[in-house]
Design a protein around this ligand. Structure first.
Ligand SMILES: Cc1cc2nc3c(=O)[nH]c(=O)nc-3n(C[C@H](O)[C@H](O)[C@H](O)COP(=O)(O)OP(=O)(O)OC[C@H]3O[C@@H](n4cnc5c(N)ncnc54)[C@H](O)[C@@H]3O)c2cc1C
Length: 388
């Protein structure tokens, strides 16, 4: 009987195992933590966005690489929702179109339902650390001892580098570098932004409501939270990719997206003075602080210029938060090193899956979906290979 080793018990590894349940093979799922799915559970601590209900093309547009888009064509948001239903996890659509577990279902229940579904066939080897691999064996460490495990197929689903406490510490990159497998360096993604000191004022904890952030061709509406170092919130996470490409990263905020430039201008022109105009526009404390401190007096006194500043307020950033703190990582195994199913070009029968591959997407369900879709394609390729 063929032996499949899957290393990493996040959504990517669990989905690879799921695809092999009906195959004639032995499945061992290894993880160096004492339990699987720790980052999946951390994701559940906030809003647990499992995926999104958008149309297929809108959905796929959220990803930055064709490699991950083709995995989503093979295992879509609908397929993922159907699978969750199969294991007893009903889902609901939130007002923003995001998909969550139904009201009374907790993240740990989702994980336990998935594990129970796998347990009859999959052997879980926990506290077992992956150290290296060649064409036929993986080197692992268990109980302080190093051993070699034979495999016919190996799936590495070792995650990115954020939140290392959950197990995804990125240590595997050294093994890949040693084998000359091309990696794109990890970078923080879905990260808060660090602003220059003079932008911070006394704003910590204040919320900038209903604004729109734009950078290059990326744009997102929502609320931003001011922190001790800068800004957090979906709109700035959504433009991380565009900011990373800029030498001097600057994004623009529309402080009044509900009104056109002409309408904002009209309100300012009719007002007794600019301060009165800002009041009538009902801009919040943060917006007013920024306008007062960063719009020149000349522009402030000119309604047309002030309206433009309100609609396209430029903010330069100092950088991103440390990778360890952010939701996800861009970078990882270069897609030029793998086939459509994630098989390494130079190591036949060795697959990679999930966040360890170089693709990026905004938070809001797209990350977990990308991981399960890539786990699906690796599992399916192994299933077909075993059948043949
Ligand atoms: C705070 C936070 C909130 C999030 N919220 C959301 C959300 O709402 N929606 C969404 O779509 N995504 C969200 N995400 C992202 C999502 O959780 C990840 O993208 C996803 O878990 C990655 O799946 P993965 O299987 O690729 O890797 P991981 O889930 O990171 O799993 C990798 C596994 O590999 C194991 N491993 C690593 N190295 C070794 C080794 N050497 N030996 C053995 N085992 C090893 C780890 O222990 C781990 O279990 C969030 C992430 C964070 C941190």
């Amino acid at each position: 009987m063929k032996r499949v080793l899957i290393i990493g018990g996040g959504p990517a590894g669990l989905m690879a195992a799921t695809q092999l349940l009906k195959s004639d093979c032995e499945i061992l799922l290894l993880d160096h933590k004492a339990s699987v799915g720790r980052k999946f559970l951390v994701a559940g601590d906030g809003g647990f966005n499992l995926t999104h209900s958008e149309t297929p093309s809108e959905f796929r547009d959220k990803y930055d690489s064709e490699w991950i888009r083709q995995t989503i064509r093979q295992f879509s948001n609908k397929d993922w929702i159907k699978f969750l239903k199969q294991i007893g996890v009903e889902t609901k659509i939130g007002s923003s179109g995001k998909i969550f577990p139904a009201d009374d279902i907790k993240p740990i229940q989702v994980l336990n339902a998935w594990k129970s579904f796998l347990e009859p066939k999959v052997q879980f080897l926990l506290n077992t650390r992956f150290v290296n691999f060649d064409h036929k064996q993986a080197v692992i460490e268990r109980e302080g001892k190093s051993e070699k495990m034979d495999f016919d197929y190996l799936v590495l689903a070792l995650g990115g580098k954020s939140w290392p406490v959950t197990g995804s510490d990125g240590a595997w990159t050294a093994v890949f570098e040693q084998k000359m497998i091309e990696l794109t360096p990890f970078q923080a993604s879905n990260s808060g932004l660090v602003l220059y000191e003079n932008w911070l004022g006394d704003l910590e904890g204040k919320i900038l409501k209903n604004i729109r952030v734009t950078c290059g061709n990326q744009s997102c509406s929502g609320d931003l939270v001011c922190t001790s170092y800068g800004l957090e919130g979906k709109p700035v996470y959504a433009v991380n990719g565009a900011l990373r490409k800029m030498e001097k990263p600057v994004f623009k905020v529309d402080l009044k997206p509900q009104m056109s430039l002409e309408k904002v201008f009209e309100v300012l022109k009719k007002a007794k003075n600019p301060s009165q105009g800002l009041k009538e526009l009902k801009l919040g404390e943060v917006a007013i602080f920024w306008i007062r401190n960063f719009v020149s007096k000349e522009r402030f006194l000119n309604p047309k210029e002030l309206a433009k500043a309100i609609k396209e307020f430029p903010i330069g950033i100092r950088g991103f938060r440390p990778i360890e703190e952010v939701i996800s990582c861009a970078g990882g195994v270069s897609v030029s090193e793998i086939s459509a199913s994630g098989e390494l070009n130079r190591f036949p029968n060795v697959f990679v899956a999930g966040e360890m591959i170089d693709w990026d997407a905004p938070t809001g369900g797209y990350l977990i979906q990308g991981c399960v879709s890539s786990g699906y394609v690796s599992g399916k390729a192994i299933k077909l290979s075993i059948m043949n």
